[in-house]
Ligand binder design. Sequence first.
Ligand code: ADQ
Length: 463
Amino acid sequence: MTRLVNVSNRVAQPRGDTPAGGLAVGVLAALREHGGVWFGWNGRVVSGEPAGPKLEEDGNVTYATIELSERAFELYYNGFSNTSLWPINHYLLGFFRYERREFDEYRRVNSLFARKLIPLLQPDDLIWVHDYHLIPLASELRRAGVENPIGFFLHTPFPAVEALRVLPVYEQLLRAMGAYDVVGFHTPRDLRCFNDALESIGGADHAAVDRRAPGKPHPLHTDVFPIGIDVEGCQQLAMQTGEQDNVQRMVHHLHGRQLLIGVDRLDYSKGLEERFRAFSRLLEDYPAIRNQVSYIQIAPTSRAGVRAYDDIREALERSAGMINGRFADIDWVPIRYLNRGFDRGTLMAFFRETAVGLVTPLRDGMNLVAKEFVAAQDPEDPGMLVLSRLAGAAHELTDAVLVNPYDIDGVAEAMHQALNMPLGERQERHQSMLDVLRRNDITAWRTRFVDALLSAREQRKAG
Ligand code: ADQ
């Protein structure tokens, strides 16, 4: 029987806290449909020798989780993954830092993942590795003799080669990607950047990537697999949870005002400071709108302990305080900034009550919130999405109000346009975006990637 073995840095365990994050949401939805194994870190950091894998069954999914040492957490996770690769992939080079010992630990942790995964593997397994934390995993597995088809999907953007070249070890990482059979990206632009990067190291035909791994040389299949969502699931959740107490309280406190909402992990790539400034500009430039709108920003902390993430939290608290101090009235608070998570049902119900969804990252691989927002709307009276052109989702959701997130005046105008959009136009735009979401949902994403792995297996067998 063919099993799907998903590997990602972090695993959302059945009875643990599901981390707010697109990768966890996407992988879990895909795995529940297909069944299989999910291998990765359980979120625990230990001072001694890390334990695992610990196996836990839940329905058709087996969770296999390991711990990380303090050193790995600091150097591999906070360090190379999130302070070198994450900023480069998002073109935010001001946040970039490189330390050789962090890269060394990154390689060590990849080799640890390989060692702990190998005893769980069966000959017919398809292995699907997720995201930038685990780029060298396939080369580690190949080195140990694993010949199963292995795919890699990058959830972030793949940067242009001139940004990538900032990383001293970029060639090494590119070559390591050659150990995969399938490499997938969210958008054609990411794929083009990847091909350019390969060309820059002398291998436009992928010949430059590492083929010296054990087993027969194999072709590297690269493609675009834009992640989708469970459209009906989001719609149903939005309708079912509408009567819930916290949703009703939120609606009551609007007192009939139009709601703008933003839901993001607290991350500097999400453009939150710029979004707050744009909201302030909206209130400044369109005084008639004051006291007629409320903006709720939901942003749970992520990657606490990384300096840039602590800084942004403080900056946003300051900024929300200043905007409220400047514009609030005795019966009106313009921004409510909630530094916490909500369950998915509540989020979907909030979306359905919203006039304008704000998704304005400075750069984003895809952005699932944009898609969930559209799916959760009432087709009879849909809210409108203001979406950054620099999010992968803008490639598909071309009927959103598209903005450049750095253009504060432009975003304020877009908010105003979306708040005042006539019903007919909102319905038309919403219908066309919903059609796009249905054509490429989470099932399509998973099926296409698994099919690519199955073809790779046939090719391997054919020699
Ligand atoms: P993220 O950067 O985490 O994902 P995103 O795609 O928007 O960004 O996914 C966030 C997910 O977490 C959504 O499903 C959302 O509903 C949920 N979420 C966000 N805030 C939440 C909160 N406060 N409470 C509960 N849930 C919350 C990465 C990439 C993206 C890419 C995804 C999937 O950075 O570009 O779209 O992976 O590939």
